[in-house]
Design a protein around this ligand. Structure first.
Ligand code: F0G
Length: 368
């Protein structure tokens, strides 16, 4: 294969090299990388033991180059766009896809065009798209409107759409499932994951199925997907015209991969449920303060879902207190808390201003 970028010197091969034989690459696919993939699987120190679950892990997709899981799929989509001679790529996004598209387009020497819902993208994500030189359009509408427009524009102009409707995105994102199996020695019992446009749950299922078929795993997990209650079309069974949630990344009313997500849920014997913004923010705080994991609110939805299942299992009426006990569980932390400083500061803004003296600092720290 030809290469326009050497593997990163950190020893990270990147998704294209590491999982070449599972990806739709050809001899002329440039093996670009920003060092995506190979993210940590961190064992829970407090939440898991508290739930009676010794094998609870967080898959830190926030450790990808642009701070979200999108990089795994974007590296494949942009490499294929390069292979096909594209000069630009385009996406609609609640923020992370646009940040990733902007970074990989810059790396590849392509122009990125991004359509975002006006006023509903976290600051850090917008800053990334700006920094990487994307041409940014804020649509007076929600994500679903932006995606409809993105499809119309890419139908009309020879520009690849790099949303998860692009099958190369799903191909790249499935590699996270491979990594989990490689790290644990088999698939977990349960995988908790937030659901927005529903590409990622689709990709994980594809990955787990392919690894099982390749005899790299002896089983497949049940997929436990979670939407925000104000943006839960799959749970409600109908599109949501005006989706609302603090977790702006999953503020999606009509997911593009709806049918595939439902198939993944049903084939895996799993569930797709909703959690409220209050539950999301509680899980967000708990992750940051009791696990040391700074996730963005959308990612906390998966952990809120885990807490919800645990609470239901403990309820005497259900009689299923063993729901999580002795299970191997992975929660996917899809994006970094640094993306959304507004939410962080609105939840815990405990900063004390002091004059520069030891006494004042001791006083402020409660050490006086
Ligand atoms: N978590 C984060 C941090 C996300 O950014 C997204 C989606 C999801 C979860 C849900 O994944 O859409 O595959 O079901 N963000 C998209 C974007 C919509 O435009 O960045 P999904």
């Amino acid at each position: 294969m030809t290469s326009i970028t050497p593997a990163s010197s950190s020893g990270r091969l990147g998704v294209l090299r590491r999982y070449q034989r599972y990806l739709p690459l050809t001899d002329s696919t440039p093996l670009i990388t920003l060092g995506e993939g190979d993210t940590p699987l961190v064992r829970s120190r407090r939440l898991g033991p508290r739930l009676g679950c010794e094998e609870l892990y967080f898959k830190l997709e926030s450790c990808n180059p642009t701070g979200s899981f999108k990089d795994r799929g974007m590296v494949v989509a942009v490499a294929k766009a390069l292979e096909d001679g594209a000069k630009a790529v385009l996406c609609a996004s609640t923020g992370n896809t646009s940040a990733s598209a902007a970074a990989y387009a810059a790396h590849a020497g392509l122009q990125a065009y991004v359509l975002v819902p006006r006023g509903n993208v976290a600051q850090g994500k917008l800053a990334q798209a700006v920094a990487h030189g994307a041409r940014i359009v804020a649509v007076d509408g929600n994500f679903d409107d932006a995606l409809r427009l993105a499809r119309a524009i890419t139908d009309k102009h020879p520009i690849p759409l790099v949303n998860s409707l692009n099958p190369h995105r799903i191909e790249g994102q499935k590699t996270a499932a491979f990594e989990i199996v490689d790290a644990l020695g088999d698939a977990p019992d349960l995988l908790f994951i937030p659901v927005g446009n529903a590409g990622n749950i689709t990709a994980y299922w594809k990955g787990f199925v392919e690894y099982f078929q390749a005899e790299q795993a002896g089983r497949k997990p049940r997929l436990m997907g979670f939407q925000a209650a104000g943006a839960a079309p799959i749970v409600r069974g109908e599109p949501v015209a005006d989706p609302q949630t603090v977790a702006t990344a999953i503020r999606v009313g009509n997911p593009a991969s709806w049918a595939k997500a439902v198939a993944a849920r049903d084939e895996s014997g799993g569930r797709i449920d909703a959690v409220t913004d209050e539950q999301i923010l509680e899980a967000y705080r708990l992750l940051a303060q009791e696990e040391g994991v700074f996730a963005e609110p959308a990612s906390a939805a998966a952990v809120a879902g885990l807490l919800q299942v645990a609470a239901a299992g403990d309820a005497p009426s259900t009689g299923s207190g063993q729901a999580l006990r002795d299970k191997t569980i992975v929660c996917v932390i899809t994006g970094s808390g640094l993306k959304d400083p507004e939410t962080a500061m609105s939840v815990e803004a405990q900063v004390t201003d002091v004059p520069p003296t030891v006494e004042a600092v001791e006083e402020a720290l409660g050490l006086a």
